[in-house]
Each structure stands twice: as C-alpha cells, then as structure tokens.
Design a protein around this ligand. Sequence first.
Ligand code: TXA
Ligand code: MG
Length: 339
Amino acid sequence: MQTQVLPVNEESIKLAADLLRRGDLVALPTETVYGIAADARNGEAVKKIFLAKGRPQDNPLIVHICGMEMLHGLVSEVPERAYRLAKAFWPGPLTMVMPRGPEVSDVTCAGLDTVGIRMPSHPVVQAVIRASGVAFAAPSANLSGRPSPTNAADTLADMDGRLPLILDGGDSDVGVESTVVSVSGEHPVLLRPGYVTKEQMEEVLGEEVLVSHAILEKLRPGETARSPGMKYKHYAPKAQVTILKGDFEKYKAYLQEHAAPGVFAMCFDGEGKDLPVPAIEYGTNGDGASQAHHLFTALRECDKQGAQVVYARCPLSNGVSMAVYNRLLRAAAFRVEEL
Ligand code: TXA
Ligand code: MG
C-alpha cells in the first residue's frame, strides 16, 4: 500500500473523511500525539488499526468526538463527574472511561463494558470528525511498543505502507498522550497521567482522584491492569534506557565513570555541553510541560543517533511531570538507579 502524506487543506480533509466513512484508516495530528483513526462503530475498520500497529487485541482504543451530542449511542450513561470534567477540560487532552453504549464495536473496547472517550482540541481532528460525521477510535500512531509520534515524519517512519493517508499538521503541542481517568466507578481513578493533572481534576471535582498503582509501579505477576495499555513495555527506543535519580553533579560523575562508545545522556536543556558523552536534551529541568513536549522526539532521536545505552535524568513525579515519569519508566522497562 502506498502511504500519502498531505498538508492540511479542504481537499485533504475531505479525502480523510471519505476514507473514514469507507472503513479505511487515516493518521492525523492531535494536540497530544499523532493518532490512527478508524470508525469506532465499524469493527472491520478498527481491526485494521490493530494490524497496522501490531497492537495486542486486548488493549482498548479511545473514541474521539467533537461535541457532547455525539456521546449518544457511544456511552450508556454520562456520570455526573463526566459533565464537570468535560466542562473544565474538553475539548482537550482528557479521556474519560464511561459505561459503554450499544453502538461501539467490541473490537474498539477489546470486549470491556466501558469505553474511553475524548474530545480533542486540535482543529484538524475536529475538522475531520465534522466532515465525516464519524466518531473514531484512535490510538497513538506508533508501531506497538515504540515512542508515540508527535509529527508527520515520525508517523511515516512507523506507518509507511501500512495505511493510505497521513495528514501533516505540524508538531503536536502537548507531546504525550491524553490523561485517562475512570469516572464510571465509585471513585474517580487516574489510569494514565497526562497534561491534565490529578491535582487539576481534584480541584474541579472537589474529591480525591485515586491513582492506579500501575502508573508508577510495575504490575505484579498475574495482576490485571485497569488500563490494559499499562501492562506493556512501551515507548521504548532500541537502546537500553536507565533513569538516574539524583542531582546534576552526581549524574555527571556517574556518566564520567560509565562513558563508552554507544553510551548517551538524555538530560535537561543546557546540560549536554558539560557531559562526557553525546547528549540529547528533553526540556527544561523542573518543567513537566516542556519535558512532555520533547520526550518522545528525544527517545526517537536516541535511535536515529545509534545509542545503545541511554542514561536519563529523572523528572519529578507530580503535576504534568507524572506523565513524563510514567512514560520514561516504561521506556526504561522500570530500570531506575538512585545515585
Ligand atoms: O492522546 C491520546 O489519547 C492519543 C491520541 C491519538 O488521541 N491516543 C492514545 O491512544 O493514546 P492509545 O490507544 O495509544 O492509548 C489508549 C489508552 C491505553 O492505555 C488503554 O489501555 C486505555 O487508554 N483505555 C482505553 N479504553 C479504556 C477502557 N475502557 N478502560 C480502561 N482503559 C482504557
Ligand atoms: Mg499508545
């Protein structure tokens, strides 16, 4: 299959809408990361996503909408909390897991009785949903296990020959996938951290948001994840990544001891020049939003430069940094060293 990369204009939006209505795939930009869209009601279409990504069938997809009226048929109930969070954070990088409605394909939800719904703020996704009238399932546009792409070139690198169309809408702003929160149980539960933080949601809801322990810890053998995506090794470049916890002086000393061909540093902006190994910088120290924006391109850059071993500076673990730490932990297969 030939993969076309097109700039965003009226014609390419129309082509994307036609492909979606016909049950085909389209890769497109969102404010978080690039996604691969298919009609969430059409099981045959959604199966193509799993094939294109090489994604395990038991990992459910998020359904994207552009207005509250589209929830009809997709969910069986809109919990009160969902209205409050929607008012505060939609359109935007927040996915809410709600009781599933009758029209969502089984393939989309991987057979669960809940469905994750997101109303993205990116104008291109909104335009494609509006033009097609299709609520679409869309996972990140990476091959399963790889870092999520945040631009059209990285999307093409993973998806060339696997789908007909990539819309090029420039860089994604946020850089990490949406926050996933369950609002269907007794308590709200954070299933995946993102740009919308636990603290922000607690302020809106006036209650504690529980944190699924799979976010910052490895699942115990035999344990099932509430968010199936959390159980896989993920976001990983080819290199072996280790997170080093400690201040810059200790980090630098560690690298001086471990410098060798193929060893790279993943550090904060401005630090690279003082290190004894090649360095890839991934945002401002202490600034989760800046690190989120650069994290996945930095992980992909490790591969492009042929890194074999990567020692990464450790982000904080609250606010937006929780999302950065969560992704980096998986890229590092939970290898963390205290300096
Ligand atoms: O920002 C995003 O959310 C991007 C863009 C393209 O919108 N999409 C994305 O999708 O990250 P994906 O498929 O890569 O991640 C979906 C995550 C997985 O961790 C999955 O397990 C979880 O959401 N998820 C989806 N539906 C769920 C459900 N019903 N219950 C629990 N977790 C669910
Ligand atoms: Mg993903």
